[in-house]
Design a protein around this ligand. Structure first.
Ligand code: ZN
Length: 297
């Protein structure tokens, strides 16, 4: 039995992994729209594939998490995904009526339900990412928003991997779930919202992955891990770039895009403990360098 030369495999991963996973999740969703567990299944499959490639061909071998660290992060993210489900349910029950009324009052009931479904998916995706871009930028601009969202906890990890897409402070779930809820409920989107959610979480997982990937073409509109890892830089100025976690196009439009290498990640020279991350909204580690409080006015 012959094995494919490793450089060829590296090239396949480098050029094809992101396009294959991102388009694959859309195809899977398109043909399984009635599957209630489709969203969770997408997260699971995408993250298993990325974790295997990270283990097998890591871009930074020193970032490969030990089993103890990895299993703790997996448990954490599973709990947080369940929490995110509750937040989505809360927004759905509390915002659906008022936003539908607002839509009628303003007379903007024009969502193109008759357009091809995948076109609608990308409309929801880029609109949600537009809102998220400004929310995320606000988290990095004002210390109050940084603290209230617990965003520092997400940035505090020194070793990134795909699983870090979900390693957020519980408070930040209310921020992360809001953009897509606003777009879906304000415009009365319907079916396409689920496809956009699956695509978005796939992109966010890829953006945190420890795998060498191409940025050309795909990186014109979509976030690649090179761009997002730069946002996780431990240097303040580098961290205040590339706010789009799934779509990079808004950074290009609003002048915050930066394509450069990243030496070190995290909020400072050391990684806080899980408890220290949890209490970051009220007490930040002394060596925190990327919080807005470090910005020179
Ligand atoms: Zn950030």
């Amino acid at each position: 039995m012959t094995t494919m030369p490793k450089p060829t495999l590296d090239r396949v991963i480098y050029f094809a992994l992101q396009p294959m996973l991102a388009s694959g999740v859309l195809v899977f969703w398109y043909f399984n729209q009635d599957l209630a567990s489709g969203y969770i299944l997408s997260i699971l499959i995408i993250n298993i594939v990325l974790a295997l490639v990270e283990h097998w061909r890591p871009a930074r071998p020193d970032w490969v998490q030990r089993w103890r660290e990895k299993s703790r992060n997996i448990v954490l993210v599973v709990i947080l995904i369940m929490g995110a489900g509750l937040v989505v349910g809360f927004y759905d029950s509390s915002l659906r009526g008022p936003l539908a009324d607002l839509r009628q009052t303003l007379g903007i009931d024009f969502w193109p339900h008759q357009w091809p479904l995948l076109v609608q998916v990308f409309m929801v995706f880029f609109l949600s990412e537009f809102i998220w871009y400004w929310m995320h930028r606000a988290e990095h601009r004002w210390d109050l928003v940084w603290r209230v969202s617990g965003h520092g906890a997400h940035h505090a990890f020194k070793h990134l991997g795909a699983i870090n897409f979900g390693a957020n402070h519980p408070l930040e779930l209310f921020f992360i779930a809001l953009p897509s809820a606003l777009v879906e409920l304000f415009f009365g989107v319907g079916l396409a919202a689920a496809g956009a959610a699956a695509f978005s979480v796939t992109q966010a997982s890829i953006a945190h992955s420890n795998i060498r990937m191409n940025t050309n073409v795909v990186g014109w509109l979509f976030t690649t891990n090179r761009y997002h890892i730069h946002h996780h830089s431990s240097i303040l100025e580098e961290s205040n770039t590339n706010y789009g976690c799934s779509a990079i196009v808004w950074d290009r439009v609003f002048g915050t895009f930066e394509d450069a290498g990243t030496v070190d990640t995290g909020t400072g020279p050391t990684e806080p403990s899980l408890w220290q991350k949890f209490i970051m909204p009220v007490r930040e580690p002394d060596d925190t360098a990327t919080a807005p409080s470090n910005l020179v006015a």
